[in-house]
Design a protein around this ligand. Structure first.
Ligand code: HEM
Length: 532
């Protein structure tokens, strides 16, 4: 089924079967493409061979930098349709008109490995969706796990350095357990909750079609009257959630490193279109402090018993890409791509992400005009006073490009909110400038415990086996001791079993504490809080 985006992409599609003959990039027909130009049949190649140089130069530059994280991915096109209007909560056009079919592109990914790594490794999966709405692109850049390892974006480079192969050896690649990761975990106990998810079956999905997706952060929905709700986004797979067992995942990794991408491609190719329902958890703005956790803390989920997930629409993926590089590789997601009616919260991880994505894409996609690449173009018109830059594809006519332009009445002017312009939610903010973390972020273990206790016995068994396997690979006794101490905060028998297996000491029982709320050192690190 064609939609606005696939129609738009057709304009840029060139079929490889061309009847025009082989030409250079300047349109020059070439009489020969197998032999370089030489001085004599057995002589040296000549510098003047412009055809050889053009062909080789283009080939030499075929690779662009891979994503610093989520490098290995697979994508597909589809569409989203709403069940019923959400105008009570948001003014976003694609969330208020149930008759509207919004084109989407989804890219699934692993986080740690390089582009050439294995599909079925134990890892978090990225689940990024671009909605090509009539009001501009909206990106829901999520994962298949509802929480994250860290609370503040400034730690992300440290976290990723601890997870990626070590700089001296480049080992391990695509593997999962090593001293740097577990050292990071031991030194940063806020990781406890996500680590339990990562050691569970959730981190080895059976199929990308059988994974949940989560926006992770609290965002805001704002309706036409300006009333706001905090929101968490969910994708619920219609096929249900299914995982592999670890041994199976490892064997498949050895036999077919492309298992997940092949599964997705074939399902779509055969017309077995994967579907997800979009779910929303909503908390009215005035109830921000109703919970025993901070809703701005990305290491916390909102228990579904307390805040039910409302299913509001369905996404169907029904078209494979025509060209992996042009679409899946060149797509650029960004949590800051929002539309009127969707806004941010002060989650300090989200706030940092809002800087990081465009910044990385400037180098990954070679300059500031990557929004003009066909897969990234919105399906609605875009027009502003930006100009020039590397790889500019648009020919801007006219003399001027600045605001309040007195010489050109047709220059683009800002659009008032009532006419569809984006106006930021006017949240009141008042505070000291300070580096630190609110004490409400210091309960690291309650939800980690909740998660472990909610698992069926066989699922708990899988977590225990995963921890034995992963920590068993660590060499440093300090790293193992710290990891066991962290597990001891979550479940003593779990810590005991892992400690016995990896030969690490189990802390005395009385060291167990419910949270570190009483430790100001943890919240403020090296910052001295001045009296008001
Ligand atoms: C990709 C940064 C946390 C989901 C990326 C990329 C960067 C990045 C630099 C590569 C983007 C590109 O090259 O196009 C960060 C930072 C984070 C953070 C600084 C925390 C401060 C998260 C979280 C989630 C997430 C919490 C999930 C909710 C993703 C996904 C991709 C991605 C799905 C891959 C997008 C694609 O398929 O192209 N991130 N990230 N990230 N990130 Fe994050």
């Amino acid at each position: 089924m064609d939609n606005k985006k696939t129609e738009q992409l057709k304009e840029y599609t060139i079929k490889n079967e061309s009847n025009h003959g082989l030409t250079t990039n300047q349109g020059l027909k070439m009489a020969e493409d197998e032999f370089s130009l030489k001085a004599g049949l057995r002589g040296p190649t000549l510098m003047e061979d412009f055809h050889f140089r053009e062909k080789m130069t283009h080939f030499d530059h075929e690779r662009i930098p891979e994503r610093i994280v989520h490098a290995r991915g697979v994508g597909a096109h589809g569409f989203f349709q709403l069940y019923e209007s959400l105008e009570e909560f948001t003014r976003a056009d694609f969330l208020t008109d149930p008759s509207k079919i919004t084109p989407v592109f989804v890219r699934f990914s692993t986080v740690q490995g390089s582009r050439g790594s294995n599909d079925t490794v134990r890892d978090v999966r990225g689940f990024a969706t671009k909605f090509y709405t009539d009001e501009g692109n909206y990106d829901l850049v999520g994962n298949n796990i509802p929480v994250f390892f860290i609370q503040d974006a400034i730690k992300f480079p440290d976290f990723v350095h601890a997870v990626k192969p070590e700089p001296n050896t480049d080992i391990p690649q695509g593997a999962t357990a090593h001293d740097t990761f577990w050292d990071f975990v031991g030194q940063n106990p806020e990781t406890a909750h996500m680590v339990m998810w990562a050691m569970s079956d959730r981190a080895i999905p059976r199929s990308l079609r059988m994974m949940e997706g989560f926006g992770v952060h609290s965002f805001r929905l704002v309706n036409a009257a300006g009333r706001a709700h905090f929101v968490k986004f969910h994708w619920k797979p219609v096929l249900g959630v299914h995982s592999m067992v670890w041994d199976e995942a490892q064997q498949i990794a050895g036999k077919n490193p492309d298992f997940h991408r092949e599964d997705l491609y074939e399902a779509i190719d055969k017309g077995q279109y994967p579907e997800w329902e979009l779910g929303l958890q909503l908390i009215p703005e005035e109830e921000e402090h109703r919970f025993d956790f901070d809703i701005l803390d990305p290491t916390k989920l909102w228990p579904e018993e307390e805040v039910p997930v409302r299913r509001v629409g369905k996404m169907t993926l029904n078209q494979n890409v025509s060209n992996f590089f042009a679409e899946t590789e060149q797509i650029a997601f960004h949590p800051g791509h929002v539309v009127p009616g969707i806004d941010f919260s002060n989650d300090p991880l989200l706030q940092g992400r809002l800087f990081s994505y465009t910044d990385t894409q400037l180098s990954r996609l070679g300059g500031p005009n990557f929004h003009q690449i066909p897969i990234n173009r919105p399906v609605c018109p875009f027009h502003n006073n930006q100009r020039d830059g590397m790889h500019q594809m648009t020919i801007h006519e006219g003399q001027t490009s600045y605001h309040k332009n007195g010489l050109n009445a047709n220059q683009p002017a800002p659009v008032p909110a009532e006419q569809g312009g984006y106006a930021h939610y006017q949240e009141r903010v008042d505070g000291r400038k300070i580096r630190g973390r609110s004490d409400s972020f210091l309960d690291f273990y309650s939800q980690a415990k909740l998660f472990y206790n909610s698992l069926a016995p066989y699922e708990q068994e899988h977590v225990r086996m995963a921890l034995r396997f992963e920590l068993g690979k660590c060499k440093s006794s300090m790293v193992k001791t710290n990891a066991v101490a962290l597990l001891n905060q979550i479940d003593r028998s779990l810590a005991q079993e892992v400690a016995d297996h990896i030969g690490a000491p189990l802390p005395a029982e009385n060291l167990e504490v419910k949270s570190d709320k009483k430790s100001p050192a943890l919240s403020m690190a090296n910052t001295v809080l001045l009296p008001d």
